[in-house]
Design a protein around this ligand. Structure first.
Ligand SMILES: Nc1ncnc2c1ncn2[C@@H]1O[C@H](COP(=O)(O)OP(=O)(O)OP(=O)(O)O)[C@@H](O)[C@H]1O
Ligand SMILES: O=C(O)c1ccc[n+]([C@@H]2O[C@H](COP(=O)([O-])O)[C@@H](O)[C@H]2O)c1
Length: 215
């Protein structure tokens, strides 16, 4: 069965790294991929752009293709966007369909700090996306939890609803939202690090420009 893969993030702002890895993951797994912005992302400072502004940017970024779609359900819940709660909700909706959580290698390495982290494996597969500058070695407790779950075969992912971990070798792109926010705040124009749609309307990137420029 075609897996449903969820790529959660702050997307503050969405950049070509997010889009390219999500696209390639969808190709590698033959999966439907949804980008899912977090309302109140756990474990980090609040985003610069509001949830509504981040969604506007995502909509502009995703225009013109249909492989990647947007899922805004976490924005409808109050409080922190705990991924395990979201996956529980998806599981109820999608029955036995394979469900996958897509994570950059940096996010995966920090999994032990997540709410009910061991339960994530019960409700979904995990697809780990390589990211430049992230060490391959995992904390011992996490490696122990995933060792017996590892597979490199997408067919195994398609054959069951949850429980396996697969590394997805995508084209490495050293792009981060932090760096892009810094460039924009400094008055720079990171034109080709962001999807073209984000330049269609100057209001989309306004949250990141300095107040001097905005004024
Ligand atoms: N260039 C990239 N390559 C691979 N994975 C990425 C890349 N950029 C982001 N991700 C992954 O996308 C998900 C959402 O990331 P997020 O929205 O926090 O972007 P970010 O660029 O890491 O932002 P920030 O710099 O603000 O932390 C995470 O799982 C993260 O690991
Ligand atoms: O559920 C958790 O405890 C949890 C802790 C940290 C991050 N997450 C999710 O991981 C995704 C990536 O987070 P971030 O901070 O790298 O944008 C996003 O969907 C977050 O909601 C989830």
């Amino acid at each position: 069965m075609k897996p449903l893969a969820l790529f959660g993030g702050t997307f503050d702002p969405v950049h070509i790294g997010h889009l390219s890895v999500a696209w390639e993951a969808s190709e590698l797994l033959d999966a439907e991929v949804r980008l899912m912005p977090a309302s109140v992302p756990p474990h980090r400072v609040p985003p610069t752009a509001s949830a509504a502004q981040r969604v506007d940017m995502l909509r502009a970024a995703l225009r013109g293709q249909s492989r990647l779609t947007l899922d805004t359900r976490e924005l409808d819940r109050s409080g922190p966007s705990y991924t395990v709660d979201t996956l529980d909700e998806f599981r109820l909706e999608c029955g036995e369909r394979p469900l996958m959580l897509l994570l950059g290698a940096d996010a995966f390495a920090g999994l032990r700090s997540w709410h009910r982290w061991r339960d994530l494996f019960e409700v979904a597969h995990i697809g780990v996306i390589n990211r430049p500058g992230v060490e391959a070695s995992l904390p011992v407790e996490l490696e122990r939890a995933v060792a017996a779950r590892r597979t490199d075969d997408p067919a195994i992912i398609r054959a069951r609803p949850a429980g396996r971990v697969i590394e997805l070798a995508v084209t490495p792109l050293e792009v981060s939202a932090t760096h892009i926010r810094q460039l924009l705040a400094a008055g720079r124009d990171p034109r080709y690090l962001l999807p073209a749609g984000l330049f269609d309307d100057p209001a989309l990137l306004a949250p990141y420009r300095s107040s001097f420029e905005n004024g």
